[in-house]
Design a protein around this ligand. Structure first.
Ligand code: SF4
Length: 113
């Protein structure tokens, strides 16, 4: 039941990101100013709620250079990281940087996502 609720919540957050990017780009720009860290290309944001069909067998995005805006700006808000704090290297102003295994430190995962 908990997993089902998580998937549901992830889906709501995902829909919210697409909505914010399309309808509130100024808000998104302001939020991104509060974002800290760098993408470590772990690929976890590509499997939120469901696994993206653009991921190949090795978690590489087949349209990375032309990926959707909502993917490009992930995470927009702290809530986007609710279930990814153990992998995603982003965090927001006022938060502690995530304590990640060395393999997931920014820049340590070669050209992925
Ligand atoms: S570090 Fe965060 S933004 Fe980058 S691929 Fe992983 S989950 Fe996505």
């Amino acid at each position: 039941m908990r997993k089902l609720l998580q998937r549901f919540e992830e889906g709501i957050f995902k829909f919210r990101r697409y909505y914010l990017v399309k309808c509130h780009p100024d808000y998104v720009r302001e939020q991104l100013k509060l974002r800290r860290g760098e993408c470590n290309r772990c690929g976890d944001c590509c499997s939120i709620a469901f696994k993206c069909h653009h991921l190949d067998g090795e978690n590489n995005c087949d349209m990375y250079q032309k990926r959707y805006d909502a993917c490009h700006v992930f995470p927009i808000e702290p809530r986007d990281l609710k279930y990814l704090r153990h992998r995603c290297s982003y965090y927001f102003e006022g938060e502690e940087p995530p304590c990640l295994p060395e393999i997931l430190q920014a820049g340590s995962v070669a050209e992925k996502v």
